[in-house]
Design a protein around this ligand. Structure first.
Ligand code: F6P
Length: 343
């Protein structure tokens, strides 16, 4: 029998509870015991844990967020935290740890493997879908469906008022949410971090639409998109514990420029955390469930330093090292497809 810790770190996303439930259901049926670590790495630093038994995971499958809580705590940020984390890991008598997180949580997991906690396996989560070595992360499908519904709604009001509406979506430095929700929602322009924004091009598309009688347009912009014109770049730089810039505000800047350059009335709608909240889609529940079962198998087979991943329709495992090396950004071929529908 193994005693296995489970934590969820970084921004929450729909589907986390599906993983936790699957881990516990799979593991308990094999005789293992589970300790839930509260609020990501913070819980291991502060020794805040709970017993993850069958009762604790009952009824959580449709719930958004994470029953374990989460935080953006970086165990390498504050002096002394790493030692506290290691001491608590030992005190709890854990045989292994399942870390469910995005680039930061999994990046820390990879470092910890080399710094004295070797028995860690990873599960990739994030609405941003920017983790390498997996076709999808869970949370993404829910986020794009929410964003798509918002874009549908923005269409009817934009059309009625003959306005341009800019929808700012999340996704950090990858344009996955923007491109997939924009494609699904029929956006007229989609702007992603991978391709610098050329304001002339954007305004020409909008004007061209007007000239063929379309007196409204929907522009979807990823929060991490950047202007080609350096003068328009946003200056604000708030950093989190992992040194990431807190993004947001590009939509407002873009709307102002569009209105100035085209003369058309423009509004902005920032979708924000709506994209991350609420119940997961069936796709995310199933993917999370499959990842959870895989994570327990990895622990049982002592395949530490590995991450559960989706390849085609198969659940595989990949080295954590490869998964955290670089972000997975939008394939230019997909952007070419999106461009077909601009204008
Ligand atoms: O990584 C998920 C995400 O929602 C990003 O898309 C976004 O930039 C960030 O988290 C927002 O973080 P917070 O919830 O800490 O404001």
């Amino acid at each position: 029998m193994l005693k296995i810790g489970v934590l969820t770190g970084g921004g929450d996303c729909p589907g986390l509870n599906s993983v936790i439930r699957a881990v516990v259901r799979k593991g308990i049926s094999g005789g293992d015991q589970f300790i839930g670590i509260k609020n990501g790495w913070k819980g291991l630093i502060e020794n805040e844990v709970l017993d993850l038994n069958l009762g604790a995971v009952s009824g959580i499958l449709p719930k958004g967020g994470t029953i374990l809580g989460t935080s953006r705590t970086n165990p390498y940020k504050k002096e002394g935290d790493l030692q506290k984390l290691k001491d608590n890991y030992k005190k709890l008598g854990l045989d292994a740890l399942i870390a469910i997180g995005g680039e930061d949580t999994l990046g820390a997991a990879y470092k910890l493997i080399k710094d004295g906690i070797p028995n860690i396996v990873g599960v990739p989560k994030t609405i941003d879908n920017d983790i390498s070595c997996t076709d999808y992360t869970f949370g993404f499908d829910t986020a794009i469906n929410i964003a798509m519904e918002c874009i549908d709604r923005l269409h009817t009001t934009a059309e009625s008022h003959h306005r341009i509406i800019v929808a700012e979506v999340m996704g950090r430095h990858a344009g996955w949410i923007a491109i997939e929700s924009g494609l699904a929602g029929g956006a007229d322009v989609i702007l992603i971090p991978e391709v610098p924004i050329d304001m002339e091009d954007v305004c020409n598309v909008i004007k061209k639409r007007h000239s063929r009688g379309k007196t409204f347009s929907i522009v979807v912009v990823a929060e991490g998109a950047q202007f080609k014109d350096k003068k328009l770049i946003l200056q604000e730089e708030k950093l989190d514990a992992f040194g990431h810039v807190r993004l947001g505000g590009i939509g407002e800047r873009l709307a102002t420029e569009i209105e100035k350059m085209t003369g058309y009335e423009t509004r902005v709608s920032v979708l924000g955390h709506i994209q991350r909240g609420g119940s997961p889609t069936a796709f995310d529940r199933v993917l999370g469930t499959r990842f959870g079962v895989k994570a327990v198998e990895l622990v049982k087979n002592k395949k530490f330093g590995r991450m559960a991943a989706l390849s085609g329709n198969k659940i595989i495992d990949v080295p954590l090292e490869d998964a955290v090396k670089a972000l997975k950004t939008v394939d230019p071929e997909l952007y070419d497809i999106a461009r077909v529908f601009f204008g």
